[in-house]
Design a protein around this ligand. Sequence first.
Ligand code: BV8
Length: 247
Amino acid sequence: MSVRLPDSALERLRNAKRVAVMTGAGISAESGIPTFRDAQTGLWAKYDPADLATPEAFQRDPKLVWRWYQWRRELVGRAAPNAGHSALAALERRLGDRFRLITQNVDGLHARAGSERVLPLHGDITRDKCFDHGHPMQSSPEDEQPPACPECGSLARPGVVWFGESLPEETLLEAIEWSRTADVFLSVGTSSVVQPAASLAHEALRNQALLIEVNLADTPLSGQALILRGAAGEVLPRLVEQLDEDG
Ligand code: BV8
C-alpha cells in the first residue's frame, strides 16, 4: 500500500519557505541499527539504554559503558544508509537552503547518505573526548576499555550527549530557530519522548506549521500530525517522488 501525501499537503510542502525535518532512531532501523525502544540483543538485552547512556553509569562502570559503545560503533560501522536517508538527501538537494535536517541520531548515516544541512542534537558516536575536560581523543575498536587522555589522564568517553547532559548550545538554538519558522515540520522515526528534542515539533505547531509524521506506530505527536503510517525507507522515497511527479 503506497502512502501518499494529500494534494493540499503536497502544495504546502512545495511552496514552503522553510522545511524542518526531525529524525530519530526509527530512520536507522532499516539499516540494522536497533532503536532505543527495541529490545537490545545478546549481551545487552538485560540493559536499558537509558540507564547506560548517562555520566553516572560511566563513572560507576566505565568499562561496561565503554564496551556498549564499542558494540554500537561496530554496528554503525557495518551499517549503510537506507532509502529513507537517501530520500532526505534528495529532498535537501531539491529544497536547498529552505531545508534543515535536525537529527537525534548519533550514527552519522545522514551525512553518509549525502545530507549536508544536518543539525546533530545528540553528538556523534564515532568521536571520543575525555570525560573530565572534553579533550578530543581517538580510541581504536580494539580498546576493550576506555584509554586515558594524553593531556589530563581522564578516561575517554563517546562524543554523544548523555541523559542529564546539556545539548550543544549553538546546534540546539539553530534547531529551535528552524522549528519556530518552519512552514512544514516532518517528524520521522522518533517516539517523540526525549527532551528537549521532542519539544521542537510543538514549536513548529505554534507557528501553524504543517506537521507530518512518518512512523510505524502512534506517538504523542500523532494527534496533531498528518500521519504517513509506514517505514521511513518506503514512505520517504514515495514522498520525494510525489514532489517530483507533478512539481
Ligand atoms: C537535558 C545520545 C538537562 C546517547 C541520546 C523534560 C521532561 C522530561 C524529561 C526531561 C526533560 N528535560 C530533560 C529531561 C531528561 C531527559 C529526557 O528527555 N528523558 C526522557 C527519557 C523523558 N533528557 C535529557 O537528559 C537531555 N538533556 O535536557 O539536559 C540539563 C539542562 C541544563 C543543564 C544540564 C542538563 C539529553 C537527552 C539526550 C540523550 N541522548 N542519545 C546515545 O545514543 O547513546 S537520546 C537517544 O534516545 C537517542 O539519541 C534518541 O534521541 C532517543 C531515542 O529516541 P528515538 O530516536 O525517538 O528512538 P526510539 O527508539 O525512542 O523510537 C523509535 C521510533 O521509531 C518509534 O516511534 C518507532 O515506532 C519508530 N520506528 C521504528 N522503525 C521505524 C520507525 N519509524 C519509521 N520507520 C521505521 N522503519
